[in-house]
Ligand binder design. Sequence first.
Ligand code: C2G
Length: 153
Amino acid sequence: MTKTVLTYGTFDLFHIGHLNVLKRLRALGDRLIVGVSTDEFNAVKGKRPIVPFEQRIEIVRSIKYVDIAIPEERWSQKREDIEKYDVQIFGIGEDWKGKFDELEDKVEVVYLPRTSGISTTEMKRVLSAFDERHVEELKRTLDSLSQIVKELS
Ligand code: C2G
């Protein structure tokens, strides 16, 4: 019998942590199905991805460990997908530890260790710092330019 593994995620600014968890999940079975959160569903989760849904799911679909990538549109979808795809294992990173135990009446639920030292949240924080500094720099340059113009006129 084919052992099917199911997981979900946003996979924004795809990084090694995402790749590792998909690799580990695929190794638990014969095929891996990944639900990629839509931008609308992420708004429900209070997240605003930088990379739009269409690109995130295309990236996930192209990962060699992923057999099928589907849109994740609501919390209740997991039970439907477990039925629809005849899933044996539901797996996700330990940052969700205990959150999906209620699925244990249907499948084996596995929480995997996260890859330390990398996160999309941290990448976004660094990027935003860059942004701010650039804006400040720009402001200063404009101020000195308008000063020069004033002096010349
Ligand atoms: N992950 C990891 N190591 C990291 C970062 C992420 O193992 N350094 C794992 C997470 O634990 C998760 C997967 O990568 O299993 C995707 O992470 P996110 O894109 O942050 O997913 P999230 O938005 O938490 O969505 O219904 C469940 C949600 O859709 C999960």
